[in-house]
Every structure is written in C-alpha cells, then in structure tokens.
Write a protein that binds this ligand. Sequence first.
Ligand SMILES: [Zn+2]
Length: 346
Amino acid sequence: MLEVTALPANYGDCLWIEYGDSHAPHVILIDCGLSVSKNLRQKLEALVARGGQLELVVVTHIDRDHIAGMIGLLEKDFFGVPVRDLWFNGLRHLPGEAFSEKEGERLTELILGKGLPWNQDFGGGPISVDSVGAPVDIPGGASIHLLSPDDGLLKRLRKKWIDVCDAAGLYADPLAEHIVESEREGFGGGNAMDVDALADAPFIEDVAEANGSSIAFVFQYGTHRILFGADAYPSRLLASLSAVGEQPPYKFALVKLPHHGSKANVSIPFIKALNSPRYLFSSNGKIYGHPSPEAVARTVRHGKTPELIFNYETSLTSPWNDALLIAQHQYSTVYGAEGTVTVSLP
Ligand SMILES: [Zn+2]
C-alpha cells in the first residue's frame, strides 16, 4: 500500500506517508504545520502503540508554517515514537563560514539536546543536490531522489537566516516570504472565471530565500513516484528533473505542488513537464491566499485531465468545483474534511 495524507496544517504543510504492509506500514512525516494537530497526535500514538517508528522526518525549510509544529513535536519527543533519521538543513549545513553565534536557534537546539539522528542519510552533512548524487534508500523498499535545494540556494538562505536571527532571535518566519499575494482581490469566483487568462497571467518566480532552500524530492515505492515539492522554486525542480536523464513529461502518481500552489511556484513549463493524474494543494488560504487562482488554472489548463485535491474547502478552492468549468476543462476535484485528505494510490 501507498498512502499520502495531508493533515490539518492551517496555511502550511503536514504530510503523512504510509507504505508497505497495510497492517504495519512504514511511515514518513514531512513538516508539521503551525502546531501539532490532534489528528497527528492520534496517528503518532497509534504508531507507538504498535511498536512502529518514523522512518524519516523531513523539515523542508524554516518557514513557520512548516517548522513551528515540528518544534512542538520535538518538545513532546514525537509522543514516544522513535525517529530513524531527521532531515533538516540547519545553519551548520549552509555553505560559508562555520557556525554563527545564532546556532542556538530553537530546532537545532532541540535536535542536538535530544540527541536525535540528524541528516544521517547524508553523513550528517547538508542536504543539497550538489552533494547528493544517487537516490537514498529508505527502509521498507522506498527511495528518495533529491530535487532541491542546491548549494547556491542554501548559501542565500545562510545570509538571510543570520539577518533574521539577529533581528528577531530564534527561528525565521514568514517574513522571508516577501512575495505579496493578492489573489483574494483578483478572484472573482464562480462562472466568471477566465481559466485561460488566469493561466497565462505573467509568471514571476518566487525569490524568498527560505522557500528556495526547501528540501523537495521524488519519493519512489514500487512503481509509484510522488513529487513532494515543498515550497521549492519550479526552476530548481525542473533543472533537477532534467538531470535524471528521462524525457519529459515526467510521470508521477501524485504531485504535491510547491508552495501550496502559489502563482510564483507553479509555472506553465513546470506543469507541462509533469504527467500526473493527481495534484495536491495544501493550504487553508489564510495569510498568503493559497492556492493562487493562477496556479490552479495552470494545472487545469496544462495538466492531463487532472484530479485537483484540496485538503481544505475554502473560498479559494471551492469555486473550482463548478460543473461548467469541469466540463469545459476536463478535470475533477476532491476536498478534504477539516484539513485532512488521504490519497490512496492503487
Ligand atoms: Zn509554506
């Protein structure tokens, strides 16, 4: 079995992956939203009750909507669940001079204080496409092919990280995300939506350092491949995918779109390079107005009869459940309940 569940994470990400034997599946956790949800706590309690472990915990990057819940989770020792390895690029992993005085940043402090395994799959070093070649084997017959970040993107983050820590102490927050989203005003909704115009709106790529530093990858289990885009830049993802040696469009069973489906991270060339029946948009739309109408329109317009999977039903996602639009553009929609949606891959 292979199942991906988007758990309630407000405008952030919290993704729970199960694979292997359905009675005792292997588990991977990617990010933890703004706080530890009741649903996640219950899943972890069930996991510890059956003597399981987290094969991998990935903290994709330092923005609050991915890391804040993870800090809470480490403080609670994952509710007793052992962790095989935790992937996270801390300041020590960013190219440049060694530690800054701000290495006491909260997550780093917790990882070290609790003696957790840290980037063990990379010999304790940085997670970067420039230092990792082959796919990484994960227990249970899965593997992960890294797509993002690269050394240049980590280096950019290093400067930003120090600036932010110096100014505010502790970890960075969405201050780094200085792309101003204005979708709410631009979203007429309903039948008035012009999908072609939205899709063709000018694309300006994300420049936020933290997003660029995102750990994004292809997860493979059996014949299935899933693209987990974190909040990465599409140009970085495309460059990594083209280096794999396959011809586009790249086939995936599921794509978790980068940056919650932001118009600055979902470009037409990116969608055109993918061949997937399912696209996951993870956000409740708060603060940043994700997913952007432009990004959904690009997926609808250039995806191949895509299923749009939204973990929240909001004023930004519900207009896509429109019979006329669906008939016109040949796609389908799935909505989660209160932020939870599970995708079971056949
Ligand atoms: Zn995010």
